[in-house]
Design a protein around this ligand. Structure first.
Ligand SMILES: CC(C)(COP(=O)(O)OP(=O)(O)OC[C@H]1O[C@@H](n2cnc3c(N)ncnc32)[C@H](O)[C@@H]1OP(=O)(O)O)[C@@H](O)C(=O)NCCC(=O)NCCS
Length: 407
């Protein structure tokens, strides 16, 4: 056997380890924040069903719930809303920095790059009490929409619009984005969409946040990692991919045929399938209704009609292939909803981040203070080494002149 490719003998290992590619089904921690019951299509935030929160709550109240143990009293909610509204203004040095960045930069890159700048502006960055971390979370939840809106304007050579403290969180984002008084129904729908996207247990970006903060890094370092993880097309980037798909196929005469050819050539239908849900995603149902309603209101029913056709054709194909658990996920119907709200495709994932920052910061605090498990723990998984191996003495280090060319 060639020494360089010899595999490490398992007898040398202290124990046989179980491999779980992608950590599927591995429980790495306890959490009190949210739970996804993928078999039954149930999502809860701190015990409350997502349907109840979407119908009855507002994003600010849901964010409070995620950061604390329970829903706020009237007084607590007023205080929290006031703190959020007062912290909205993005510091001028950050707006000035954004103005120097290449206008072609992807909004997720601009958002990720601005998170450490927000850290530099935080007066309590080094204070590691729960109270100070809730205050940091409040500032992050409050300012991320302002950064996203400012980048959208700056990249189109427009001046950022100052925040308006009198508006709700959702209304203020639409105001800072467009400079127009937001339509009440659209602002309400955005508020619901933010609630639906606010948390989702140990998804990839939340886990990235928790992993970073398990080293006792500060909240902003973890959030920057979360934004990076969310940007991928298998995670938050899927909503932008769905919109791209809709724009690409809008002139197709037979969408069912298009779906068959996509699946036939081994391609995925973006916005369908989920690592945990094996039945309907409860969030998708809300967004489906919302997309239909907004389409009728704005005279743009084509996106919703196309998605319904793609969904029906894909489900029929999946059925034939015995993959009956693949259904539309949260990104499928959120794409046209955001489009109808005037949010461009590449801003859809940043809008996801505007919502998910509430969940990220709640998880960061839980992880940092070991709130669910009694004590914080550093994540340090194992891997199986399958690279070059020459026994315990190691491979012979030869001077470079004596090494055989690999070309
Ligand atoms: C989200 C996702 C990564 C979860 O997938 P998963 O549970 O890890 O399952 P896999 O990706 O391993 O897929 C299992 C099988 O279903 C198929 N599949 C999963 N999602 C599919 C989709 N959207 N379209 C077509 N086929 C799909 C896979 O090709 C795979 O088929 P195979 O067993 O023949 O190779 C996957 O469904 C996906 O890529 N969806 C599209 C992207 C998306 O919408 N992401 C947002 C998630 S909220």
């Amino acid at each position: 056997m060639n020494a360089k490719t010899q595999r490490r003998d398992t007898t040398e290992k202290a124990e046989e380890k179980t491999k779980n590619i992608g950590l599927r089904g591995v429980t790495v921690a306890d959490t009190k924040i949210s739970d996804v019951d993928g078999e039954n299509g149930i999502l809860i935030y701190r015990g409350y069903r997502i349907e109840d929160l979407a119908k009855n709550s507002a994003f600010e109240e849901t964010a409070y719930l995620l950061l604390h143990d329970d829903l706020p009293t009237d007084e607590q909610l007023k205080d929290f809303k006031q703190r959020l509204a007062k912290a909205r203004q993005v510091p001028t040095f950050i707006l000035n920095a954004l103005k120097t960045w290449p206008h072609g930069a992807n909004p997720m890159d601009a958002l990720q790059a601005s998170v450490p700048l927000l850290a530099m502006a935080d007066p309590e960055l080094e204070v590691e009490t729960r109270e100070a971390n809730v205050a940091k979370a409040t500032r992050l939840i409050s300012r991320i929409p302002g950064v996203v809106a400012a980048w959208q304007r700056i990249r189109h050579d427009q001046e950022p619009i100052p925040a308006d403290e009198r508006l709700s969180h959702a209304e203020n984002f639409l105001w800072q984005l467009t400079g127009k008084k937001p339509d009440a129904e659209i602002a309400m729908d955005l508020d619901i969409a933010l609630i639906l996207h606010a948390d989702h247990s140990f998804n990839a970006s939340t886990f990235a946040c928790r992993e970073v903060v398990s080293t006792q890094a500060h909240m902003y370092a973890a959030v920057a990692a979360g934004v990076g993880a969310l940007s991928g097309s298998l995670h938050g980037g899927a909503n932008a991919e769905v919109m791209k798909m809709l724009q690409d196929v809008q002139n197709e005469k037979d969408l069912a045929e298009w779906v068959r050819s996509q699946l036939g050539s081994g391609k995925k239908i973006m916005g369908m399938g989920h690592a945990v849900y094996k039945t309907n995603d409860p969030r998708a149902q809300f967004l489906k209704e919302m997309g239909g309603r907004l389409g009728r209101k704005l005279g743009q029913e084509q996106w919703h009609r196309m998605l319904r056709e793609i969904e029906a054709a894909a489900l029929a194909e999946f059925e034939k292939r015995g993959k009956t658990t693949i259904k539309p996920n949260v990104d499928f119907y959120s794409a046209p909803v955001y489009h109808l709200m005037g949010i461009p495709g590449d801003l859809m994932t940043p809008v996801f981040a505007i919502a998910r920052i509430a969940g990220w910061t709640a998880h960061i605090i839980e992880e940092k203070f070991g709130e669910a498990q009694g004590k914080p723990a550093l994540y340090r998984p194992s891997s199986e080494y399958i690279g070059n191996y020459c026994g315990r003495t190691g491979c012979v280090y030869k001077p470079k002149e004596e090494r055989a060319s690999t070309k």
